[in-house]
Ligand binder design. Structure first.
Ligand code: KG4
Ligand code: ZN
Length: 337
C-alpha cells in the first residue's frame, strides 16, 4: 500500500511516499529554520505563510522523486494535531482538497504517533508492545505502545518539554535557534560535573517530568555571572545541563519499564537526536538485557515519512477522515480527543 503523507505542524513543510508503513519511497523536507532563527524561535504567522508557499512544490517533488502520479497511490495522510493551528491547517486543507479531487481516502495522523513510527522505518523487526520516550520541542511523554494504534501515557511533563528547556538554556548561552543541537555539541567538550544544577522533582505521579526549574536555574546562573562580570564556560554549563536533563528523563523511563514489565525501550522525537540520551539509553538497556531502539538522526526531527509510516497502521485500524476533518492545536496521543 502506497501512501502520500503531508506534515506541516511546525516549521517544516514535508511530504513523503511510504510503502506498507515501512519503506521510504521518497521524502522531502523544506525547513523554515533560517527565517525563524532571526527571531530566536518559531513565529506562527510566518510559519503558516511559508507552508502555504511551499506545500505545492514539496508535494510535487515527493511524487517526482517517487516517480509516481496520484493514480498510483492508495491513500493520503496528513498531520492534523497537535501543533501550531495555522500551520496544521495548511496541510490539512491541502490534503482534503487532494483527497476530494483524487477520490483517495484520507488518513489523519497524530504528530507524536508519527514520531514513534519513525522507528518502524529504520527497524524492520520492531513491533509493539514497547515503552516509548517521546521527547520533542513541545512534549515529553512516557508512552506505553501496546499496539500500533493503542497507546497509554504513563508520565508527561508538568511544564516545559525537554526540547523547550534545551532551546531556552541554549538561547541564554547565545546559541542560535533551535539550540538543542548546538548545546549537545558544546556539551561534548565540557565537564558534566562542573555545575551543581537542581535535579528536577515532582510530587504525585512518579513518572511525570518537570524541566522549568532546571531551565530557570541555568538562566539565573548566566544572568548572575553576567552582572558580576564572571566568565562561565559554555561547554561546562552545556554538559552539566545535558547530564541533568538526560538523567531525569532516564530515571522515570527506566523505572516505568521495570514497573510495567517492558523489555523493549524506544526513543522518539527531536530530542532523541541527543547524543548523550542515545548513549545512556543504550547503556541502561544493555545493563538490563533490554532491546533498545532510536531513529536514525535524519528521522528524529519533523518529516512526513514518519507520518506515512503511522498512517499505514491507522488505515489498517479503520481510522480515516472525510471533508469534515479539522486541525487541532492539542490532542491526547491515546484518546485522540
Ligand atoms: O520533534 P521535533 O523536531 O519538533 C517538535 O515536534 O517539537 O523536536 C524539536 C526539538 C527542538 O527543541 C530541538 O532543539 C530538539 O528537538 N533537538 C535536540 C537535539 N536535536 C534536536 N535537543 C537536544 N539535543 C539534540 N541533539
Ligand atoms: Zn515533531
Amino acid at each position: 500500500m502506497r501512501i502520500l503523507a503531508i506534515e506541516s505542524s511546525c516549521d517544516e513543510t514535508a511530504a513523503a511516499v511510504i510503502e506498507d508503513g515501512r519503506k521510504i519511497v521518497s521524502s522531502v523536507v523544506a525547513t523554515q529554520v533560517e527565517e525563524h532563527k532571526l527571531y530566536g524561535g518559531v513565529v506562527p504567522e510566518i510559519a503558516s505563510r511559508r507552508h502555504c508557499e511551499a506545500i505545492n512544490g514539496v508535494v510535487k517533488e515527493a511524487l517526482a522523486q517517487a516517480e509516481i502520479g496520484l493514480s498510483q497511490l492508495d491513500a493520503l495522510a496528513v498531520t492534523y494535531a497537535p501543533g501550531l493551528i495555522g500551520a496544521l491547517l495548511v496541510g490539512v486543507n491541502f490534503a482534503k482538497g487532494l483527497s476530494l479531487a483524487s477520490g483517495l481516502p484520507l488518513i489523519p495522523v497524530h504528530h507524536l504517533r508519527g514520531h514513534i513510527a519513525a522507528n518502524y522505518l529504520a527497524h524492520e523487526q520492531l513491533k509493539p508492545p514497547f515503552l516509548c520516550l517521546v521527547v520533542s520541542g513541545g512534549h515529553s511523554h512516557i508512552v506505553e505502545v501496546k499496539d500500533y494504534t493503542d497507546m497509554r501515557v504513563i508520565g508527561k511533563t508538568r511544564d516545559d518539554a525537554a526540547g523547550e528547556a534545551f532551546d531556552k538554556a541554549a538561547r541564554t548561552m547565545g546559541m542560535p535557534y533551535p539550540g538543542g543541537i548546538h548545546l549537545d555539541k558544546a556539551a561534548q567538550s565540557g565537564n558534566p560535573d562542573a555545575f551543581a544544577l537542581p535535579t528536577p522533582k515532582v510530587s504525585g505521579n512518579p513518572y511525570d517530568y518537570s524541566f522549568s526549574g532546571l531551565k530557570t536555574a541555568v538562566i539565573n546562573l548566566i544572568h548572575n555571572a553576567g552582572q558580576k562580570g564572571t566568565e562561565l564556560s559554555v561547554n561546562d554549563l552545556s554538559a552539566s545541563f545535558r547530564r541533568v536533563v538526560v538523567e531525569s528523563l532516564l530515571k522515570n523511563f527506566t523505572a516505568a519499564a521495570k514497573e510495567y514489565g517492558y523489555d523493549k525501550l524506544v526513543l522518539a522525537g527531536g530530542v532523541s537526536a541527543n547524543s548523550l540520551l542515545r548513549q545512556r539509553t543504550q547503556e541502561v538497556c544493555d545493563r538490563n538485557g533490554w532491546q533498545c531502539y532510536y531513529p536514525p538522526l535524519a528521522l528524529c526531527g519533523d518529516n512526513a515519512a514518519m507520518i506515512g509510516a503511522q498512517a499505514y497502521y491507522e488505515y489498517l485500524a479503520g481510522h480515516t477522515a472525510d471533508a469534515h476533518l479539522n486541525a487541532a492545536a492539542t490532542m491526547d496521543i491515546a484518546t485522540l480527543a
